[in-house]
Design a protein around this ligand. Structure first.
Ligand SMILES: [Ca+2]
Length: 385
């Protein structure tokens, strides 16, 4: 009897400490539609700009996510989400897959995700994740077949991309050219960003089957651009097709870059602008505060179609930065939005709405009871009269 009591006491203490540590939080994992969570905001553009006002209606559509890193819409309207510890989930169903080789350490883990551009004919889901091999940390890009809501038959497309506890890059997206673009970090080896033979500190470009496009800037190499520190965002202008990328700088100095094939973006020799020279300067540099930009997405312009309306999720900046680029691609205005949800990891534009994922459980944020969340945002423009 004593033994039973002792066992019960220990079990109770163990459960209590698990509860304190938030261990049950994820056991009680669920998704909720919460209409009374709706909020509305308005932000002003400068008086010279038309439209004058953007109003945002936000609705929290999922709670209790665990460090969501990427969100993609399936053709049937459901959302696939990667969680950095290694899970893939379908929003209304729960976790469908644990990627077992994932090493969730520091900033590493299960990061980017993309669907094949012709997903109906080729139901492939592409993932970017960190793993360990011996004493080394690497990242890789794999594709899985999406079948009956399961991910099966992993095929590794790019292996042994240098990894580390930080600076793993991790965004993967298909461009309008049907090629897969991959951001990689310098993995704490700064010099590797300038080394064309290293896969670190780069934006890479491969075909959907993993082969290297013949028109890549360096023959036989997946390297598309180099001299990057830790790029984590990719987005193409919906009209001009220009590729932009967000990049974490060393001390502030976060960058938004216009990416051209074969170009050198400076790291570690320069951060932000150097002026005319052999390095590509960013179109935007945040020298005064740390945005820590990650995922980003263009939305259709409410003004001239060639303007760029770019949304960038900021982690330490705790905001969704709304950047308006003029018709030549130069920044005109910036408006910080969604400043009361903590760290934001990614923003996705789908069927007229933005979907923004928080990252308050990533070890650097302040999680609330229902962190992390996915917020659906509707933007409505007014002339402000
Ligand atoms: Ca740079």
């Amino acid at each position: 009897m004593k033994k039973v009591l002792k066992f019960s006491l220990i079990t109770a203490l163990l459960l209590l400490s698990l509860w304190q540590l938030g261990g049950f939080h994820f056991l009680a994992y669920r998704f909720m539609f919460v209409p009374d969570y709706d909020q509305s905001y308005a932000a002003e553009f400068p008086a010279t700009y038309s439209p004058r006002l953007v109003q945002m209606k936000t609705t929290v559509i999922a709670e209790n996510l665990n460090i969501p890193w990427e969100v993609v819409a399936l053709p049937d309207g459901r959302f696939l989400v990667t969680e950095r510890p290694g899970q893939v989930l379908i929003l209304d169903q729960g976790r469908i897959k644990t990627i077992t080789p994932v090493l969730h350490l520091g900033e590493g883990g299960l990061l980017g995700m993309s669907l094949h551009p012709d997903f109906g004919q080729n139901p492939y889901v592409y993932l970017y994740y960190t793993y360990r091999q011996g004493l080394h940390i690497y990242n890789r890009v794999s594709r899985f077949i999406f079948s009956s809501d399961r991910l099966v038959d992993e095929q590794i497309l790019m292996d042994q991309i240098p990894g580390s506890v930080v600076h793993n890059g991790g965004r993967i997206k298909f461009g309008p050219d049907q090629c897969l673009y991959i951001t990689t970090g310098d993995a704490l080896n700064k010099a590797s960003a300038q080394d064309i033979s290293s896969m670190a500190g780069k934006i890479l470009r491969i075909h959907a089957d993993g082969s290297i496009p013949e028109d890549n800037p360096f023959p036989g190499s997946p390297v598309f651009s180099y001299g990057h520190r830790n790029p984590q965002g990719l987005a193409w202008h919906p009209v001009t097709g220009a590729l932009y990328s967000s990049e974490h700088g060393p001390l502030r100095q976060d960058e938004i870059n216009l990416i051209s094939g074969g170009q050198n973006y400076g790291w570690p020799i320069v951060s932000c602008a150097e002026g005319p020279g052999k390095f590509q300067d960013p179109v935007l540099c945040y020298a005064d505060f740390t945005l820590a930009p990650s995922g980003m997405s263009f939305i259709p312009s409410p003004g001239h179609p060639r303007e760029g309306h770019l949304l960038v999720a900021g982690l330490r900046g705790n905001m969704l930065m709304y950047i308006i680029l003029d018709q030549t691609g130069k920044p005109m205005h910036q408006i910080p939005l969604l400043q009361d949800h903590g760290r934001l990891r990614t923003v996705v534009f789908h069927h007229g709405f933005l979907y923004v994922a928080t990252n308050n459980r990533d070890g650097r944020g302040q999680p609330h009871d229902h962190s992390d969340i996915l917020i659906k945002v509707e933007l409505i423009y007014h002339n402000g009269d």
